[in-house]
Design a protein around this ligand. Structure first.
Ligand code: G6P
Length: 488
């Protein structure tokens, strides 16, 4: 069931849908709410938008009567708490200026590039930091207002790194988890941050800190020791006041079952055949990414373009389909990236296309889930080449969708997923020649060799879905607090 949230000025009284007392025993906090506004019976309604995190947490939210706190994606609109598909949602408003300074600025033009190996230049602005702090404080206050006594609070990602500590100050009774979905940088990069101490202290306000890969957890614990002089032992740290916290890796995953089912659904099967027919190619190479400079799109397009121009891939037989989903379009670096790759693709297609066909089909738009599923099903090779990526769920989605065991995955060694998906065709995206050879190998290997690799990949992904991830984190968060020493 969905209901209409109304703007504050329109609402007189709280309804039973609206939490007015701090009673929630489970609270998820993320920059974004997992809802989309859709046309409904009487005006607009809110629907839970599909996504791994929501799928994993929905049962827990329902069972524990939990709430999700976040921004609904529009500036200058202050909404009352509401219910979407049976889940309580508490919106946090952001002004236009805060969107510029906290979201586009500090989150996505400072922290995002810095945490991704500085593949774009991070900008440091004191006003952005002030806005980041103020918005994090607002999130913490919202949590403090809805969380019941002793509640479990799970804070998500780099936009909210100060929330754990701020919340602990407001509500020492709640148990706090924090999960970083993106990479945590090595000390040499992290040290650039003018606000490095505050960020470390902010995260360390959590009882349990989760990262995508063990190396990142180690980096974090080492920084606590070296920069904040915390006592640490293996994955444990002792925060001021003697509180013991833990930091370790929980590699995130996807709803494997849902991807498999969607891939095998009659509509998707038919659409995949139609796509193959329409593309009219023997071999389909596929890429799908948010249009982000961390994704290695320039390198990937260059490599595939050279394979075409050198005649090692035949445009009569092979097509490369690249979907690039629009993202953070007001941030300058994203605008530059779009110009660059569109120029590159234009040049390649301009010199290699015939009237009937082009070697690269490029789509800059949002695609529905089932259309992506049809592409996964139709694609012979998926190419995932980030320069740095926390995990990369597209790689796992492709593997989960290949229910017949066909397909080949080309995967960057700099994606967190490469730690688990070792049987992929692993590439270094900075090495264009090496990448070209590996893409060719993925195209030309025997079907038996590809199946062997895909079998191993599927075993890994099927055994480690998003539910395993959420259960592992919440289980550990539940246990924390019992051991009181660094040793136990
Ligand atoms: C990454 C981040 C998320 C973020 C998503 C989309 O996956 O880890 O926190 O929500 O990108 O980016 P956006 O800026 O549109 O929220």
């Amino acid at each position: 069931m969905t209901s209409n949230p109304e703007s504050k000025s329109d609402t007189a009284q709280a309804t039973p849908d609206r939490p007015t007392t701090p009673t929630a025993s489970f609270v998820v906090v993320a920059n974004r709410l997992p809802v989309e506004r859709v046309p409904g019976h009487d005006g607009e309604e809110w629907r839970m938008s599909p996504g791994g995190l929501v799928t994993a947490l929905e049962p827990v939210l329902r069972e524990k009567g939990g709430v999700w706190i976040g921004w609904h994606g529009v500036s200058g609109e202050d909404l009352e708490p509401f219910e979407a598909s049976g889940i309580q949602v508490v919106p946090v408003p952001l002004s236009r200026e805060e969107v510029t300074e906290y979201y586009e600025g500090m989150s996505n033009a400072t922290l995002w590039p810095l945490y991704h190996d500085s593949v774009a230049f991070p900008e440091y602005h004191r006003e952005w930091w002030d806005a980041y702090r103020a918005v994090n404080q607002r999130f913490a206050e919202r949590v403090a207002a809805v969380a019941g006594e002793g509640a479990i609070v799970w804070v998500q990602d780099y936009q909210l790194q100060l929330v754990p500590r701020m919340l602990r100050e407001l509500r020492p009774d709640v148990r706090i988890g924090f999960f970083l979905h993106i990479p945590f940088p090595p000390a040499e990069l992290f040290q650039q941050l003018p606000w490095r101490r505050q960020i470390l202290e902010g995260i360390a306000g959590a009882d349990l800190v989760g990262f995508q890969v063990p190396k990142d957890a180690h980096n974090f614990v080492r920084l606590l020791r070296q920069m904040l002089r915390y006592e640490t032992r293996r994955d444990r740290f002792s925060a001021p006041g003697g509180r013991i916290g833990r930091a370790r890796a929980y590699p995130i995953s996807i709803d494997v079952e849902a991807f498999a089912q969607l891939s095998d659904s009659p509509g998707v099967v038919a659409r995949a055949q139609e796509v193959r027919h329409d593309l009219g190619a023997k071999t389909i190479l596929f890429g799908v990414d948010r249009l982000d400079y961390t994704k290695g799109l320039r390198q990937r397009i260059l490599a595939v373009g050279e394979l075409f121009s050198e005649g090692r891939l035949d445009p009569e037989e092979t097509v490369f389909v690249q979907i690039a989903t629009p993202s953070r379009e007001r941030v300058e670096e994203y605008q530059r990236l779009r110009d660059d790759i569109e120029l590159l693709i234009g040049r390649i297609n301009g010199s290699m296309s015939t009237i009937a066909r082009s070697p690269i089909t490029y789509l800059h738009t949002h695609f529905p889930k089932d259309e992506i599923a049809a592409m996964y099903r139709a694609a012979d090779v998926l190419i995932v080449t980030p320069l740095r990526d926390g995990m990369n769920l597209v790689a796992k989605e492709y593997v989960a969708s290949k229910t017949d065991g066909s397909g080949a995955l080309v995967l960057s060694e700099f994606a967190g997923a490469a730690e688990e998906l070792k049987q992929a065709y692993i590439v270094n995206p900075y090495d264009i020649n090496g990448m070209k050879e590996m893409i060719l190998q993925a195209v030309r290997d025997s079907p038996a060799a590809k199946r062997r690799r895909m079998r191993a990949l599927r075993r890994q992904v099927l055994n480690n879905d998003i539910h395993v991830w959420a259960d592992a984190f919440l289980h550990d968060l539940d246990l924390i607090g019992y051991p009181t020493t660094l040793e136990s």
